[in-house]
Write a new protein. Structure first.
Length: 133
């Protein structure tokens, strides 16, 4: 969280979101390699990226005009994903193999990356900044 805060002060929350999701995708690709020697680096990258992208995402939402509502809905979405992801993943692993679950995660994070790019595009203006007091 501290890294994400420092990043957003120096750069922008949007790039933090994009970087974090890209790191999660990279970690997922390391998992798909199937090497035991890559497991620890993949876990480290994944954990860092998740702890980086969540504060950047909530910070981005908080700076918008509908800040409180946006952060509440964003947190709701995160919690639903944290509950549904392992439930769906365990079903995939039980009925198939780990590779199927990892491929499903990769597809979900690629989709999330595309949504993050589209939703935070500077010219979109869907969530304008809150007015200065």
């Amino acid at each position: 969280a501290l890294c994400a805060t420092a990043w957003s002060l120096r750069f922008d929350d949007r790039t933090g979101i994009h970087l974090g999701i890209a790191l999660i995708i990279a970690a997922n690709l390391l998992f798909l390699a199937g090497s035991a020697s890559l497991f620890l680096p993949a876990i480290l990258v994944m954990n860092f990226a998740i702890m980086f992208v969540v504060p950047a995402y909530l910070g981005y939402l908080a700076k918008r005009r509908a800040g409180e509502d946006a952060v509440t809905l964003g947190t709701l979405g995160l919690n639903i994903g944290l509950a549904a992801g392992p439930a769906l993943g365990s079903g995939l692993v039980a009925n198939g193999n780990y590779r199927t679950a990892l491929l499903a995660c990769l597809v979900c994070f690629l989709f999330a990356f595309c949504l993050a790019i589209a939703g935070t595009w500077p010219d979109r203006g869907r969530l304008p900044l809150a007015k200065e007091q």
